[in-house]
Design a protein around this ligand. Structure first.
Ligand code: UDP
Length: 416
């Protein structure tokens, strides 16, 4: 007997180019990584996403036991998440029809982000199967430090729906204890409804490489031999790239900064950041090569003296794990899930004060002390072995097992 999961990623495809736009990053990487891992473990996964490209095939095999199903709902173009709620009902209906026509019986619904969560509630009820969901970001938490009077109708609708999902989903997974606690408080959820499972990273792809590989990567990115800081991510205001530029401008060390992400040439945000760097007098010291495919990222991580994360918030922070897996220390803001990954003075530095001087001080401290860099670097990879996909996949399978056992009121399904 085969266990079959309907995984919902309505608003963005796991195959979207990561970091190229503001809407494709950690969640896309997570959905794809998790599905592949579950597939390797013998669970069949169909990932349902809204068709955003008319040329996308209806069914696309992704990996062993994993398929991506493009569901036509709304126009076949990429739309920002805020514009997608009118299409959720149609998406849900078409997923149900797909299942009906192909005579598949899904054993569980696993939804990602609130739009998929809404679809997940209906599908799980219709199929009478458990529903597990992950918000990835929680709208209510975003508004904790902002004036609720400024809230848009879309934000209000999302908050309402996220509350409904919390009330009805069988399990909510979060990537950190801190987020679990926040959700417990926010919705009055029992601990039994929440599971903390960190995000996974492919530790076979993200490796420190050989000394020769590191030297070659470094020579390519910093041929003048200057110290090198790296940023990797979506070019979104939440990532605090302006603060990063200001911090670099205040450093004693004339370091180089490479900002990975965005879609130059012609990307207005890259142009704006480049102009800001020039205005700060950083000129040629900052480069913006655009988004880089995951397979090529290890070279960038290996080349850098440190990965810089100056985000206002990170629910987890996959790039921190990836850099550490490549043996590169991380200097990160003490926000969200980052303190669960970065340990101050052990594998990187954490910065509590949100100001350029505080970041500049830590960047200088690291770049001026080669013994410290070597110590943090050698502790980096061992500190993230717990995020290896096979371990994370096991934990998710255990939750699936719990849910199906609860559903049937019997011992867990033998196919796990
Ligand atoms: N990423 C990438 N290429 C880029 C920029 C980002 O592959 O040019 C990937 C990065 O490696 C990571 C993900 O996008 O896997 C970003 O995840 P993270 O949790 O750091 O940030 P989020 O997007 O969730 O805010």
């Amino acid at each position: 007997m085969c266990f079959r999961v309907a995984m919902l990623s309505l608003h963005t495809s796991p195959l979207a180019e990561l970091g190229r736009t503001r809407n494709a990053g950690g969640m896309n990487a997570y959905v794809q990584g998790l599905a592949r891992e579950l597939g390797r473990g013998g669970i069949s996964v169909d990932i349902f996403t809204r068709r955003a490209d008319a040329a996308a095939p209806p069914i696309q095999p992704l990996a062993e036991q994993v398929r991506l199903i493009h569901i036509p709902a709304g126009p076949a173009v990429t739309l920002p998440p805020d514009e997608l709620s009118p299409y959720v009902a149609d998406f849900t209906h078409r997923v149900a029809r797909f299942a009906e026509r192909s005579a598949y019986r899904y054993d569980l619904v696993h939804s990602h982000y609130w739009l998929s969560g809404v679809a997940g509630l209906s599908l799980a009820a219709a199929w009478d199967v458990p529903h597990i969901t992950m918000y990835h970001t929680v709208e209510r938490l975003k508004w904790q430090r902002q004036d609720p009077d400024d809230m848009s109708d879309t934000a209000r609708r999302r908050i309402e729906q996220e509350r409904r999902i919390a009330q009805h989903a069988d399990r909510l997974t979060v990537s950190t204890e801190q987020e679990a606690e926040q959700l417990r408080r926010l919705y009055g959820l029992p601990a039994s409804q929440l599971r903390v499972i960190p995000c996974g990273v492919d530790l076979r792809r993200f490796t420190p490489g050989t000394c020769a590989q590191r030297a070659a990567a470094r020579a390519a990115l910093a041929p003048d031999g200057r110290p090198l800081l790296l940023f990797v991510g979506r070019l979104d205001p939440i990532k605090g790239i302006d603060l990063l530029l200001e911090s670099v401008a205040r450093m004693r060390t004339p370091a180089r900064l490479v900002v990975i992400g965005g879609n130059p040439p012609g990307d207005a945000e890259v142009d704006r950041l480049r102009a800001r760097a020039r205005a700060l007098g950083l000129g040629e010291r900052v480069s913006f090569p655009g988004a880089v495919a995951p397979r090529d990222l290890p070279c960038y991580y290996r080349a850098a003296d440190a990965l810089a994360i100056t985000s206002r918030y990170e629910s987890f922070g996959l790039v921190a794990v990836e850099a550490l897996a490549c043996g590169t220390p991380v200097v990160a803001a003490h926000v969200g899930g980052l303190p669960t990954i970065v340990r101050h003075g052990e594998n990187g530095m954490l910065v509590r004060r949100r100001c350029p001087d505080a970041f500049a001080e830590q960047f200088d401290a690291l770049l001026e002390d080669s013994a410290l860099r070597a110590r943090l670097s050698s502790a980096a990879r061992p500190s993230v072995m717990r995020f290896d996909w096979p371990r994370i996949g096991d934990r998710m399978r255990t939750v699936y097992q719990e849910l199906t056992a609860e559903q049937r009121g019997v011992a867990a399904c033998s196919c796990f």
